[in-house]
Design a protein around this ligand. Structure first.
Ligand SMILES: Nc1nc2c(c(=O)[nH]1)N[C@H]1C(S)=C(S)[C@@H](COP(=O)(O)OP(=O)(O)OC[C@H]3O[C@@H](n4cnc5c(N)ncnc54)[C@H](O)[C@@H]3O)O[C@H]1N2
Ligand code: MOO
Length: 390
């Protein structure tokens, strides 16, 4: 058994870039940019009024000033701007070069074509040309694109972007006991829940998952399914990872040429995790217990997908205050399902007493994994501990 840290390094080492694609900006939400987008223009492209009011020279204040024209957004004023003049101006309009400030209309008294200004204040209310970004600036955020990023890239005058292709993730659940949700279980059968959950986690991390038909517990069935995973960047199997007579994933994958990075790590739940490369795909063999599979996917599959996309792999650890005493840990990192609640400074974390790795309901009630390292000594209520948000 290797440590969780060593396993993580080996899994991240399996990451290969899935290549790039050029897509319309509208479709780029949540995608990872492949290279910096470069501003095609300067923004604002001209000195622009930040207020509705009057553009003028500070030296002419408090007036009276003569109104010689109007400028609105999209309708610049191109006339003369002699000393003692002002123009009516609206937010977003270009400010003529001879004027150095805009005053808000609220502090202006107007009488016909003449204005006077009381207490103009410090703020000149002009957004200078290029104060947001300049032509030629590159933008490459270290995270998936957010709605505001799409706005920024649009403002850079770019209708399309080059992003990393979503890694294709083949999700393969297997076991003679499994049937699909909605079918009627015969004695001894259970509903297959894992592949849906794992595929959803793959999608949440930025991948394009596809779920393969269920495999039976035979080498032949598993080989057929692996053949259907052709073209995947990552193959994720679920179940059949342990040591029982029907646990065939490792044997079949190795027969097909899988180069194993490791098998088994010092972690609870999730000990029988397997990782390696199979042809041009990375492969993860998750344990079948539903909570084990999901915890392994959170700690290894999602980081691997994000690493393929050139993003920080995560997940990020945070600190909380323990609400009850805990006994010493054994020789594996233990990821306790737990509930968070607001504390005075840090949040408080309450690990469940039942940590059964088959109980999905408990996982649904959890909002965090309390992460205790192998050989962690006994902990008292009030101590600071580490967690992963779910
Ligand atoms: N002698 C030992 N037995 C076991 C060990 C061990 O070290 N020595 N490890 C245990 C641990 S830890 C885990 S985790 C499980 C993992 O075993 P497998 O990966 O081989 O998983 P299966 O045996 O196929 O299934 C385990 C459990 O999960 C249910 N399951 C499987 N697939 C699905 C699915 N797609 N949807 C819902 N439920 C699924 C399956 O019916 C079993 O109940 O091994 C322990 N045993
Ligand atoms: O490690 Mo198993 O994944 O404890 O249930």
């Amino acid at each position: 058994m290797i440590t969780v840290d060593d396993a993580r390094a080996l899994v991240l080492g399996l990451a290969r870039s899935p290549g790039t694609e050029d897509i319309p900006l509208y479709d780029a939400l949540g995608r990872a940019l492949a290279s910096p987008v470069v501003a095609q223009l300067t923004q604002p492209p001209f000195d622009a009024s930040a207020m509705d009011g009057y553009a003028l020279r500070s030296a002419d204040l408090p007036g009276p000033l003569r109104v010689v024209g109007t400028a609105a957004a999209g309708q610049p004023y191109t006339g003369a701007t002699p000393p003692g003049s002002t123009i009516r101006i609206f937010t977003g309009a270009p400010v003529p070069a001879d004027y150095d400030r805009v005053v808000m209309q609220e502090i202006v008294s107007r009488d016909g074509d003449t204005i006077t200004v009381t207490n103009a204040g410090e703020n000149r209310h002009i957004r200078r040309q290029g104060n947001d970004f300049r032509k030629g600036c590159g933008f490459l955020p270290d995270r998936p694109l957010r709605p505001s990023d799409l706005g920024l890239i649009a403002a850079m005058n770019l209708p399309r972007v080059t992003v990393l292709r979503r890694p294709r993730v083949a999700v393969l659940a297997g076991g003679d006991e499994l049937i699909r949700p909605g079918a009627e279980p015969a004695p001894g059968q259970i509903i297959n829940s894992n592949d849906l959950a794992i595929a959803a986690m793959a999608r949440a991390a930025g991948a394009d998952p596809f779920i393969l038909p269920l495999a039976r517990d035979t080498e032949e069935s598993l080989r057929d399914r692996f053949a259907e995973a052709e073209g995947a960047d990552l193959i994720v199997t679920i179940g059949g990872a342990s040591v029982g007579d029907h646990d065939l994933i490792g044997k079949v994958a190795e027969g097909l040429g899988m180069q194993r990075a490791f098998y088994k790590l010092a972690m609870r739940p999730g000990k029988p995790l397997m990782a390696g490369r199979l042809g041009r795909a990375a492969m993860l063999g998750l344990p079948g217990n539903p909570v084990s599979a999901i915890v392994c996917a959170k700690l290894f599959m999602q980081p691997l997908i994000r690493a393929m996309l050139g993003l920080p792999p995560g997940p990020d650890l945070a600190q909380a205050v323990l609400t009850r005493d805990l006994p010493p840990e054994g020789d594996r990192q233990h990821n306790h399902r737990a509930k968070l609640r607001p504390g005075t400074g840090l949040p408080e974390i309450n690990p469940f007493t039942d940590q059964d790795s088959a109980r999905l309901w408990l996982l649904a009630e959890a909002d965090a994994l309390l992460v205790r390292p192998a050989h962690d000594p006994a902990r008292k209520a009030g101590e600071q501990v580490t967690f992963l948000a779910l």
